[in-house]
Design a protein around this ligand. Structure first.
Ligand code: ATP
Length: 349
């Protein structure tokens, strides 16, 4: 069992708070993704779990052991980083075998384990090459094979796909998902890419400036963002956010009037997803504004308009065409609206 518990885990350097009171129970075999912009404390959290960084306060448990005072090598963790960390002078085979030697796994088991790990990441044909003779994607797979060659209690992965081109990233992402399912090892995965987070995670932790903003399944985070930060970070495009005011149960902004929006009267931020809105007949619809831009996406057309200071996107059918500055109308029924406090950004409805 490799449950991980973080209790009030905090990291400060002088006055600067890198990670603030992180509290979370990660289930055995869970795939947890830490997501957030650069500098939000993802790597620091991961390094504290690995034992590479001491928490300023709080406790970390792996299984039923408190590991705060345990050396990294005694925590039974395997790590994969963005820079692959391969030994240039060793062959792929020797690189993958390395952890078995360090851990003094009996020699007789080495070959079978290396072959099994390399087969899982489809490296069988490259075992005698040195890293310099591999592509970026192949190197990343060597790093993965090295992590899985001895089955650790926990995998920690820090942006393992960020050096790969877009296409390889998608295929390696699928491979990681498949591996974690096969190996049934608790995994913590750090990324700033929300698509990676949504596709891989059992649960996502969204962080900002060292503070956890929301923890939930990808669906929960997508459908019920806790605040405007999460709403604006998740989804492509992210949720539209319109500043405005609720008066007599109707939301008003410069170009939008949406009756039936629940929430306290006064200034609010109204959010909706582009795909929940739809094109309306000219002169109808809750949102009416000139077209600001139009993007053809293949399966649909994204129409952007301005309301007040905000740009908002509406997903239209793929055949839809309109000139820039032409009048545009969209249905934004109250049911698709998320209401956030204008000051704090916290969800109110
Ligand atoms: P990225 O996606 O860019 O890797 P991150 O979310 O992983 O970002 P961290 O590396 O955890 O961010 O850093 C969190 C914050 O802590 C950053 O503002 C960083 O500058 C700061 N920080 C990290 N290490 C130290 C250190 N040794 N001393 C002081 N500040 C540090």
């Amino acid at each position: 069992m490799a449950e991980i518990k973080l209790k009030n885990v905090t990291k400060r350097w002088g006055d600067f708070v890198g990670v603030q009171a992180f509290d979370l129970d990660i289930a055995d075999r869970e795939f947890l993704v830490l997501l957030g912009p650069s500098g939000c404390g993802k790597t620091t959290t991961m390094r504290m779990i690995a034992g590479l960084e001491d928490p300023t306060a709080g406790d970390i448990y792996i299984g039923d052991r408190r590991v705060n005072d345990l050396d990294p090598k005694d925590r039974d963790i395997a790590m994969v980083f963005q820079s692959y960390g391969l030994y240039p002078n060793l062959t792929v085979y020797e690189n993958i075998r390395f952890p078995l030697k360090v851990r003094k796994v009996p020699q007789a088991e080495h070959e079978e384990r290396v072959m099994r790990a390399s087969a899982m990441v489809e490296l069988d044909d490259f075992l005698h090459r040195k890293p310099a003779a591999l592509s970026g994607g192949q190197r990343q797979r060597v790093a993965l094979a090295r992590a899985i060659v001895r089955t650790p209690q926990v995998f920690l992965m820090d942006e393992p796909l960020s050096n790969l081109d877009a296409k390889l990233r998608v295929s390696t992402r699928a491979q990681i998902k498949n591996l974690s399912h096969e190996l049934k090892v608790t995994t913590i995965y750090v990324t700033h890419d929300q698509i990676e987070a949504m596709t891989l995670a059992d649960r996502v932790v969204v962080m900002k400036a060292g503070i956890v903003q929301q923890v939930g399944t990808p669906t929960e985070i997508y459908d019920q963002p806790q605040n405007t930060f999460v709403a604006g970070f998740i989804g492509s495009p992210a949720m539209n956010l319109m500043a405005g005011e609720i008066r007599d149960g109707t939301f008003h902004s410069e170009n939008a009037t949406i009756p039936g929006v629940s929430g306290p009267p006064g200034k609010v931020i109204c959010g909706f997803r582009a795909e929940d809105a739809s094109v309306a007949e000219e002169g109808q619809g809750e949102l009416r504004a000139p077209v600001y831009s139009m993007e053809l996406l293949g399966d649909s057309t994204m129409v952007t308009v301005r309301t007040g200071r905000d740009l908002v996107a509406v997903k239209a059918p793929k055949e839809f065409r309109a000139e820039i500055k032409a009048p545009f109308a969209a249905h934004i029924p109250a049911e698709i609206c998320h209401v956030f406090d204008a000051e704090s950004g916290e969800r109110v409805v």
